[in-house]
Design a protein around this ligand. Structure first.
Ligand SMILES: Cc1cc2nc3c(=O)[nH]c(=O)nc-3n(C[C@H](O)[C@H](O)[C@H](O)COP(=O)(O)OP(=O)(O)OC[C@H]3O[C@@H](n4cnc5c(N)ncnc54)[C@H](O)[C@@H]3O)c2cc1C
Length: 355
């Protein structure tokens, strides 16, 4: 053991910070986006995860997201900035990287009540072509409505795209389940920065055991249709959306949040209710009784956290441990903003290392 520490300290002296890989646990949208942004900034990156891009386990949330960019209500200015940065990156991908699965679509958002002070209205400073709908342009049962352009990400394309990009940029992806962060420290004794992007995994990792993390089941209906360029979003107590997926020729109908149910089986009552709500919201896209052969079902477990997500840096011994998990239903909307924030944290660790 003494020899090991001695060797290791020699290693630290001889290998410059920038050449020691940053180790990321988890390769969902958060770990992937972080890996991409770190690699683009010139860092070496190794990602370790049980589920990888292209996998389809219900506990791998990133495979199942809607995934629309929608401004969240009730969040701080700092968090709004994270969403704005994400919007900027996704816009560029939509324009320049067709393979990324990101598309620009028009959104119509109908509000049950007049927007409160801390509503999602701040999003109008980020999206393009925002305008308030005139009465008659939205159903009379709503208080008001907005139209704007926003971004949708098709996870069936985006995750494999990111997986390929990470490898092409020189990153390494290792499939492995670990039981603790310590296991990673032991695997990579030379590394000084570790990022925990393990989503719900943070509830069970032995040296994290974050009891605020909890699973929140989502179940959506995918309806195959050529009418797939318009988003609808009901803003209020009822949680209903129609999210277009132009590259997969369909729309995602939702949604539902369930804390006690982790079933991988399709709940047909939920599915029927989602179709009915989507039909009421967007009758021009979703018929009352879509043909069975045009329907399929999406089930995923959101990695939620009481009090919201963690995005922070801790010094644990000589290691810098960054936590980025607990994104619940908003991981895609925050992803690239979080990734850029993590790059800055790694750069801070790099600067602190300089004599
Ligand atoms: C139905 C549905 C609809 C959604 N719609 C939207 C939407 O419209 N917009 C939006 O922004 N978000 C949406 N989301 C939420 C979004 O999917 C999540 O917030 C996001 O995917 C979380 O990403 P993550 O990287 O934190 O976690 P995950 O994607 O769950 O990835 C976690 C990673 O950590 C790894 N891991 C965990 N524990 C361990 C361990 N012990 N050892 C090794 N590896 C481990 C896993 O294998 C995986 O690679 C939706 C989610 C669902 C289910």
């Amino acid at each position: 053991m003494g020899d090991f520490i001695h060797d290791h300290e020699d290693y630290m002296v001889t290998v410059p910070f920038s050449q020691r890989p940053v180790i990321i646990l988890g390769v969902g949208i958060i770990g992937c986006a972080a890996a991409r942004q770190l690699l683009l900034s010139g860092f070496h990156v190794v990602v370790v995860a049980e589920f990888l891009p292209g996998d389809q386990d219900i506990f791998y949330a990133s495979a199942w997201a809607g995934a629309a960019w929608h401004a969240a209500g009730g969040i701080s200015h700092e968090y709004r900035c994270l969403q704005a940065v994400t919007h900027r990156h996704l816009s560029k991908m939509a324009q320049e990287e067709a393979e990324s699965g990101v598309c620009l679509v028009n959104a119509r958002e109908y509000l049950e009540q007049a927007p409160s002070e801390n509503s999602s209205l701040w999003g109008k400073s980020v999206v393009s072509n925002f305008r308030e709908l005139k009465p008659g342009e939205y159903p009379s049962s709503f208080n008001c409505g907005w139209s704007y352009d926003t971004l949708v990400t098709d996870p069936t394309r985006h995750m494999p795209y990111l997986g390929k990009q990470i490898t092409a940029l020189g990153g390494q992806i290792i499939r492995k389940r670990v039981e603790s962060l310590q296991e990673l420290y032991d695997m990579f004794p030379e590394s000084s920065v570790f990022i925990n992007a393990s989503g719900l995994g943070s509830r069970t990792l032995k040296d994290v055991q974050d009891e605020r993390c909890f699973p929140e089941r989502g179940q959506n209906v995918f309806y195959r249709t050529d009418e797939c360029r318009q988003m609808y979003f009901r803003n209020g107590k009822e949680y209903t959306y129609v999210i277009p997926r132009p590259l997969s020729q369909g729309v995602v109908l939702g949604g539902v949040r369930q804390q006690e149910n982790l079933s991988p089986e399709v709940g047909m009552d939920i599915a029927r209710d989602e179709i009915a709500r989507a039909h009421r919201l967007a009758p021009d896209i979703v018929p009352e009784n879509p043909p069975e052969h045009s329907l399929s079902y999406i089930i995923g477990i959101r990695p939620s956290r009481q009090g919201g997500f963690r995005l922070d840096s801790e010094q644990i011994g000589r290691r810098t441990v960054l936590s980025a998990y607990g994104f619940g239903g908003g991981g895609y909307a925050f992803s690239y903003g979080v990734a850029d924030a993590l790059v800055k944290m790694v750069e801070t660790a790099e600067c602190e290392h300089i004599l």
